[in-house]
Design a protein around this ligand. Structure first.
Ligand SMILES: Cc1ncc(COP(=O)(O)O)c(C=O)c1O
Length: 394
């Protein structure tokens, strides 16, 4: 395997190991355990004197292929595949903290991620300060003597705010804290948090990595020293491991990631430009447009736009519901990154648990919709929106 292969090649071949049958496609090893030739062989495996698998909660062959392929794509030394994106987020954060520690996190987070830092962590004596992550001064002001973890997603779900990852990483390094980045919205193709100085990257593989609406998955990536010190034991003993069947599904999904993300980004970009010209639309936020509020940071840290578009309708919730209900090609779903175009109304779905005040802070109004571009023909998507918008005009 060559580490110098370009991403599209790594995503088809990277990390593959073959059984004695020499199968073309990656094999699924649906096994809980592994057998040993002798008692001494079992003892040696447990002592770490010989390589090999012990138990599927720790590691298993199909998961190992998925983890290795993700490491090649991300430029990470090591990874652990988890049952869902939330298993990855909570493991990455909690494995390195104890009572008395402090997290600084951006307030613009996917609802469940915010719950982990804002509600769950304090139950175990871990303090958390949420900041408006767009301004580096806010991160700096929130630092305390016991700050151990910084956490952010960029672009954010759903309003596509962007945070200066290198800037936050620099602050984290100054106080010996670790920066964990949820890179779901950027995809591993458009943003490399580890290159920007982040210490840990997490994904919901459920999104673009599967990209075909089939299974849940997640992955935590970092350097070997961090995984060995913090995640290794936590992962073994709390059991968030991915199912080997899902690892196999995701290995097949990831082969086509660049093709899908390219088409999805083209579709999102065309739709963002179309929506920006419509009278019913108050605002369009799209990381690929020059009028994105943080276009300068995007130019510094991202190599592509986004497969998502956030836009606000002047007519509020009624208009948002009417538009969603009138769409035919685009389906109403809170998922994202799928081959099928999806739309959701965040304030009544993914972000319904936030207070009105917290939603207002994020710029999330009752007229805000989040569109996740699929791989359909962009003309059909634009026609679908044009027809649906004409219905809300009527
Ligand atoms: C930014 C972000 N992080 C994490 C997750 C959680 O992923 P999963 O649903 O695979 O647990 C999501 C899911 O929607 C998300 O949008």
């Amino acid at each position: 395997m060559s580490k110098s292969w370009r991403p599209a090649t790594q995503l088809v071949h990277g990390g593959t190991t073959r059984s004695q049958h020499g199968e073309t496609a990656e094999a699924i090893f649906l096994t809980q355990g592994f057998v040993y030739d002798s008692s001494a062989a079992a003892e040696a495996r447990f002592k770490g004197e010989t390589d090999g698998f012990i138990y599927a909660r720790y590691a298993s062959p199909t998961n190992d292929m998925f983890e290795k392929r993700m490491c090649l794509l991300e430029g990470a030394e090591d990874a652990r595949a988890t049952a869902s994106g939330m298993a990855a987020v909570s493991a990455a954060i909690l494995c390195q903290l104890k009572a008395g520690d402090h997290i600084v996190a951006a307030r613009a987070l996917f609802g469940s991620c915010r719950w982990v830092v804002e509600t769950l962590a304090p139950k175990y004596g871990i303090e958390c300060t949420l900041v408006d992550g767009r301004d580096l001064a806010n991160w700096e002001k929130a630092i305390r003597k016991n700050t151990k973890v910084f956490f952010l997603e960029s672009p954010t779900n759903p309003t596509l705010e962007v945070i200066d990852i290198a800037g936050v990483a620099k602050l984290a390094n100054q106080v010996g804290a670790k920066l964990v980045v949820d890179n779901v919205f950027a995809t591993p193709l458009f943003q490399k948090p580890l290159d920007l100085g982040a210490h840990v990257v997490v994904y919901s593989a459920t999104k673009h990595i599967d990209g075909q609406g089939r299974c849940l998955g997640g992955v935590v990536l970092s350097d070997k020293a961090w995984i060995d010190e913090h995640l290794h034991d936590y992962f073994r003993h709390t059991g968030p491991a991915m199912s080997p069947f899902n690892a196999w599904t995701l290995l097949k999904g990831i082969e086509t990631l660049p093709l899908r993300v390219k088409q999805q980004t083209e579709n999102a970009s065309r739709l963002a430009d179309f929506l920006a010209e419509q009278n019913e639309v108050a605002q369009v936020i799209y990381p690929g447009r020059k009028d994105h509020p943080q276009a300068d940071i995007i130019a510094k840290q991202m190599t592509g736009g986004s497969t998502l578009v956030c836009f606000e309708l002047k007519g509020g919730k009624d208009a948002a519901f009417a538009l969603q209900d009138a769409l035919e090609v685009v389906k109403i779903s809170n998922n994202l990154g799928d081959a099928k175009s999806l739309i959701t109304h965040p304030s009544t779905t993914t972000h319904k648990n936030l207070t009105d005040e917290a939603r207002a802070e994020l710029g999330l109004s009752s007229g805000t919709l989040r569109f996740s571009a699929g791989i359909e023909d962009s003309e059909d998507l634009i026609e679908d929106f044009a027809r649906a918008l004409s219905k809300i005009k009527a």
